[in-house]
Write a protein of this length. Sequence first.
Length: 164
Amino acid sequence: MTDTAQKFAVRPAAPADAAAIAHVHITSREVTMPYLPPRRRSDAEVVRWVRNVVLTESTVWVAEDGSGAVVGYAAVAGEWLEHLYLLPEVRRQGVGTLLLERAKRLRPAGLALHVFQKNTGARAFYARHGFSVVDLNDGSRNMENEPDMTLRWTPVTNGTPTDG
């Protein structure tokens, strides 16, 4: 068992996790993406969005620390990794990798996501995990009007037929 697996556990999210997921979402964006415009939604509105949209329209996992506190989450809808956010204090400890591995297992044929072009930390993380840039956008497709890009992960296969 790895140190990360001993420190953190990943499990399916439940409706009772909505407030904790919202806290991770808000905190992560505010700390790691200071270039974003001021938030237009209250904490209560973000909790409602998580409960009524994220948890109902996506497959969602949460990462918990040893005390059971939610420290990160990932949400997959269709072939899209819609969200992967961590509390800033657990970054670079393997939590994002645990959540991303779960998403890849759910979508073994491939996964796509959008990331802000300025989010160099996330871009480097996804590049390390095999994602490639497939398109750039001027920000017109997101509510922040921030230039973004689409990344895609497709598993490497050698195309050799097998007999099994």
